[in-house]
Design a protein around this ligand. Structure first.
Ligand SMILES: [Fe+2]
Ligand SMILES: [Fe+2]
Length: 252
């Protein structure tokens, strides 16, 4: 991606970052992070630290949705409030396991692209389409194999943590799917808002991660989890086909 393109994406698709105290080393690009290989002994610690900060982003985004859209329907505000509490619990779960296993806050660099991308979107339906229906649905895909891997390794503490997280994330994707379906049906402008938010977010995400990191994703689509999260069978089939095409393209 050339420099002028990167600058224009920075202006159009990213808001300012969230506050972090001096313990945190905040980076803007995936390539600036440590990204330990799977075989490295500290790889899990790095993952816990990264995930903890992503959960902080999730909590901050949900809280901002409550603060920025006070006139949204009561039912969706209740769901977002519950999500905020869930994400706060996830932050603590990952902090606890990080510290119990020898890590500490600030041990690794963090990225706050989720907050910066989401809070740049000026409407609730677009934010929920990107945060819950895209980012968190990817989480639903990623967590499922991690549960099995932890169980196979005899790590029941970690497997239980992932199971609790997965149940909550499915709920977050589901309420967003329900809200988006109802909002787009009642006002066709919302279809445009969702499309625009998804386009803006995918360009921004690409500029943070780089194509190589996106292509190196190893998990597959959690079809059952996505159905439970309110995606239609067609949408699940499409997500699986898209993931397979990306893997073929990447040769993985
Ligand atoms: Fe979470
Ligand atoms: Fe979530």
């Amino acid at each position: 991606m050339n420099t002028s393109n990167t600058n224009s994406i920075e202006a159009t698709a990213f808001a300012a970052g969230p506050a972090r105290d001096s313990r945190f080393d905040v980076k803007e690009r995936w390539s600036e992070c440590l990204n330990l290989p799977d075989t490295h002994p500290d790889r899990d610690l790095e993952f816990f630290h990264r995930q903890m900060n992503e959960e902080i982003n999730g909590m901050e985004n949900a809280a901002r949705n409550l603060a920025d859209f006070p006139d949204a329907e009561w039912s969706v505000r209740m769901s977002i409030a519950r999500q905020t509490a869930d994400e706060a619990r996830h932050v603590l779960m990952f902090r606890r396991i990080l510290e119990r296993r020898g890590g500490w806050l600030g041990r690794y660099a963090v990225l706050n692209f989720q907050y910066r991308i989401i809070t740049k979107i000026d409407n609730l339906v677009g934010r929920l389409a990107v945060q819950n229906r895209a980012f968190e649905a990817e989480g639903v895909d990623a967590v499922e194999p991690a549960i099995q891997k932890a169980r196979d390794a005899g790590d029941s503490e970690l497997a239980d943590l992932f199971e609790a997280q997965l149940a909550d994330e499915i709920g977050h994707v589901r309420f967003a799917n329900e809200y988006i379906a109802q909002a787009t049906k009642s006002n066709p402008m919302n279809v445009m808002r969702v499309g625009r938010a998804l386009n803006q977010a995918s360009e921004a995400f690409l500029s943070v991660m780089g194509q190589e990191a996106i292509d190196s994703v190893k998990y597959t689509t959690n079809e059952q989890g996505r159905l439970e999260a309110g995606f239609s069978p067609e949408e699940v089939r499409f997500a699986a086909a898209d993931r397979n095409a990306r893997k073929k393209h990447a040769g993985t």
